[in-house]
Design a protein around this ligand. Sequence first.
Ligand code: AMP
Ligand code: MG
Length: 366
Amino acid sequence: MLAEDLIAEAPLPPFPSSAVDGYAVRAADSGKTLPVLGESAAGRPFEGTVSPGAAVRVLTGGVVPDGADVVVMVEDVGLAGESVTVPAGLKAGTNFHRVGDDLKAGDPILGVGTHLGAAEIGIAAATGRAQLPVRRRPRVALMSTGDELVEVGNAPRPGQIPDSNRWALLAALREAGAEVHVLGIAPDEPEPLRALVIGALRSADALVTSGGVSVGTHDLVKPLLESLGTVHIGRVKLKPGKPFTFATLGDGRVAFGLPGFPVSSLVTFEVFVRPALRKMQGFAQLDRPTLPVRLGYDARPTPDRTEFQRVTLRRDGQDLVAETTGSQSSSRLMSLAGAHALIRVPAGAEGIGKGSIVEAMILGLP
Ligand code: AMP
Ligand code: MG
């Protein structure tokens, strides 16, 4: 994430640069046979100018010498010894990039808060920037809780399940720009849980846990966060994700207690954690992009909770049509695997009928 505005210090390209292999001439010499004065190859400019009635051979990326106002492609000239015959009707300005065609000195290149992807890094490098000021990635400690969990790859004994949330949340955290410290699985016992969290918080900016935030006797995360800081949110009117918990722990550190159900943990991550991590990194854009889509099914609301329904998108004429991924149970990861978007269905008695236009929060398109 770029931490300051980037301005072009010099024009790009910095010299008139040939787009083709050919001959640099004056458009006024259209249709004439011209002596070739020399060559301008990439990185090896011709030292001199193109005088009236003359040509200079130029290669792609070579400097178009002063005097010339057009490059004629080698395919379009007639060659005879040291002379070329160029076609009639040449138009000045063709087949080369002028100084500043891409960027003029002083032009804004990238704004503060921009994600530095491949093209952004490329343009910074093309303008000669060897170093860019960036924001540090937030350090996030990730912990799963639950006596039923086993390391993925180990055979579960009766009643045990693989700790799938760790891997799902690890991927989601990395995509959101975090540097992740994986704490592993904490048992449903207050003391080991507390020791693990206190140890991790020495070097973390944020703690993300999954499981242990509902109201069962084994749900120990909320009391732990209460003892370490201030719990600001202990429940949300959201489906899936009702037990989502948020706490501050002092020194600017934050904790997100995500529900254990796999879909609940990932949806609350999308809705609350990802934007927060992007804010910590100074991103200008916090939320996923949204697009208007046409519902391909009847979205039935939950009376008292906003629901984020998982959908795939397909094209139908001018519209994108959202189709449900099937049963929206919070334990059914298959409702999220392969989903392209989330549809926000407000709480209430009124459903959103098939054919309605709604905003889709785009998670990713294949
Ligand atoms: P909890 O929020 O701890 O009550 O967990 C709710 C449900 O999510 C239970 O069925 C758990 O077994 C399941 N669950 C909790 N943590 C994980 C995890 N790390 N990976 C997969 N499932 C989990
Ligand atoms: Mg649990």
